[in-house]
Design a protein around this ligand. Structure first.
Ligand SMILES: Nc1nc2c(ncn2[C@@H]2O[C@H](COP(=O)(O)OP(=O)(O)OP(=O)(O)O)[C@@H](O)[C@H]2O)c(=O)[nH]1
Ligand SMILES: [Mg+2]
Length: 579
């Protein structure tokens, strides 16, 4: 098909034919362009008085002709051949430009985004003629040859999260001095691209962190309803989540917006910047700091050209990696399917909205339907299993209650030190780590504390639970209901807070919000501030003032544990009395 891209309005059919005939041109494999081809392109461009771009592959075939600038005619990422940071796309662009000037930044950016082999910008004179028997001449004033150059991508990763500078200084390309067409025609193209690719490869290998780590670009959007502090906390937490999931965060791009862009979350220019940054750094994953709708993911992926995921997907991924027990795996699978299902449906709807016609009939839609039903069946099976699990746990709990052993559930933000505390109090051996969501499965242990009234030793049960996080994905809440029931069924809660974390106050709020959303109201809670070995006196004083009833401990240093036991017994006493 000889499609001419861009706005064709006002073109004569003879002009359209001339443009289409460009597709029949063949450029010798080792030349960037030939004087004949350049003149011909310039002649058409002069006649229609519009810039024209021709895209040529390594075999010298013209694969795309468009009216407009390189930026306007650029190939959408999804249609580009597969390429990575170590390669070029194998496509070059020969563009005409109506003014006498070197390639501008928009054109160079388009080159970088598509990882073009090269960009030739032909300045046209506005005059010229066609010799008898064909052969245009005199249309070209001069030409510029631009191409990407390898750079040390690590220099692009500042510790503070800033985007590429607006003027593109940090993207590396070179532009030749103005060349005449003969000089341009004599450039050895194969030498140029092979030399460049060898360098790109060398650099890529040198900086490759780990082949099976995702190379991640984070996108943060600061909206009016959040403070700068909140925004930074969110981004820092997202970076930790990505890290925990096994990704390397190479860059963070931020945008301030009063409202989220409905189609792409961030604005059009920012999407371009993300695409460019991701290409330049060789990222293979873009992570957004908020939940994305299925159509937002689609739009973004189409424009950026690499996989785009949201925060929930990262959390689900961590859970999937952590799940050890059968129950844990079951609940994670359920959460993942529940997250996936509306996204599948969404895709189906989008496809049907395109209307009937070639490509929309046949197995596409039906396959999706079948897939959807299969997933739904699996979800109900899993849900049944979770119900059984729930019933089993509840029988265990009844047996305990029957023996009248009071119970306390350890709750708190992820990484607060819950498992460390359980281990310190009961000599349990629960896995602890400076990672988010180290624990998925609840562990219950017996703990002996003095009775509040008699002072006699009494046994209670204490359960370590899965950590909470801001905006805990709804699908996780649902899937983990069997596990979370440990929280609602306990007589009382011990709410552990990492006081050494700068966002401790907002962590308390997040935990309380999640507790408030639980179907059954949990028992009374005692707040315990942990990691006081890492806390300065100002913070300590502030916490004491805000939470006069709280206990201060260090689980790992075993500080304040005696006081904690005493306060726990008071809490139990109060909880049991008020039941
Ligand atoms: N400095 C200090 N570090 C602590 C203290 N208590 C726990 N930690 C550390 O905090 C990190 C998290 O501890 P965990 O016990 O795994 O935390 P958790 O609340 O169970 O976390 P999740 O299971 O991931 O939700 C570990 O690296 C612990 O060594 C403490 O009192 N002081
Ligand atoms: Mg834990």
């Amino acid at each position: 098909m000889e499609t001419i891209f861009g706005n064709l309005q006002g073109l004569k059919s003879s002009q359209l034919k001339q443009l289409q005939r460009l597709y029949h041109q063949r450029i010798p494999g080792d030349r960037i362009t030939t004087p004949e081809f350049s003149q011909r392109l310039a002649a058409i461009s002069t006649e229609i008085n519009l810039p024209v771009c021709a895209y040529v592959n390594r075999r010298g075939q013209v694969i795309r002709v468009g009216i407009g600038t390189p930026r306007q005619t650029q190939i959408p990422p999804m249609e580009l051949p597969r390429y990575g940071a170590e390669r070029l796309s194998g496509i070059r662009c020969i563009a005409t430009h109506l003014k006498i000037e070197p390639p501008n930044e928009a054109a160079l950016t388009a080159m970088a985004m598509q990882r073009l082999d090269a960009l030739v910008v032909i300045n046209i004179t506005g005059t010229g003629f066609t010799r008898r028997g064909g052969g245009a001449t005199g249309y070209v004033k001069e030409a510029y040859l631009a191409h990407l150059v390898p750079q040390d991508a690590r220099a692009l990763i500042p510790s503070a999260a800033i985007a590429l500078s607006k003027n593109g200084q940090s993207t590396s390309w070179t532009i030749s001095p103005p060349l005449d067409l003969d000089a341009l025609g004599q450039q050895d193209f194969i030498d140029l691209v092979e030399g460049l690719e060898a360098e790109f490869r060398r650099e890529f290998i040198a900086e490759e962190v780990d082949a099976d780590h995702d190379r991640v670009l984070i996108v943060g959007v600061m909206t009016d309803n959040m403070s700068l502090q909140q925004f930074h906390d969110t981004l820092a937490e997202l970076a930790r989540l990505v890290d925990t999931a096994g990704g390397d965060v190479l860059q963070t791009v931020q945008q301030k917006r009063s409202r989220i862009h409905p189609q792409t979350v961030i604005g059009e220019g920012k999407v371009q910047e993300v695409a460019l940054t991701a290409q330049t750094l060789g990222c293979n994953l873009v992570v957004f700091d908020r939940d994305l709708s299925p159509s937002q993911v689609r739009n973004l992926e189409a424009q950026i050209g690499i996989r785009v995921v949201d925060r929930t997907e990262v959390i689900l991924d961590i859970f999937a990696q952590r799940a050890q027990s059968r129950a844990g795996k079951l609940q994670v699978e359920l959460a993942q399917l529940e997250y996936m299902l509306p996204r599948l449906t969404g895709r189906g709807q989008a496809m049907s909205r395109l209307g009937g016609g070639i490509g929309t009939r046949g197995p596409g839609e039906t396959k999706l339907e079948t897939e959807r039903r299969a997933i739904q069946r699996r979800i109900s099976r899993l849900q049944q299993e979770v119900d059984q699990l729930q019933a089993h746990r509840s029988r265990l709990r009844q047996r305990r209650q029957h023996r009248e052993v009071p119970s306390v559930a350890l709750v708190g933000y992820t990484n607060a030190g819950k498992s460390t505390l359980l281990n310190a109090l009961t000599n349990a051996e629960v896995y602890t780590a400076d990672q988010l969501f180290a624990t998925l499965d609840p562990t219950t242990r017996r703990l002996v504390i003095p009775h509040a009234e008699t002072g006699e030793p009494q046994g209670i049960l204490i359960t370590d639970t899965v950590g909470f996080i801001h905006e805990l994905p709804a699908s996780l809440m649902d899937a983990f209901r069997a596990t979370l029931e440990e929280v609602t069924e306990a007589d009382a809660l011990l709410h552990l807070v990492d006081l050494s974390h700068p966002a401790w106050l907002s962590h308390i709020r997040a935990v309380r919000e999640i507790l408030a959303q639980m179907p059954v109201t949990p028992g009374p809670a005692l707040v315990a501030f942990n990691k006081i070995d890492q806390v300065d006196s100002t913070t300590l004083a502030l916490a004491q003032e805000e939470f006069p009833l709280a206990v201060f401990i260090s689980a790992s240093q075993r500080l304040g544990l005696e006081t904690l036991r005493l306060r726990l017994s008071l809490l139990i006493q109060y909880a049991v009395d008020s039941q």
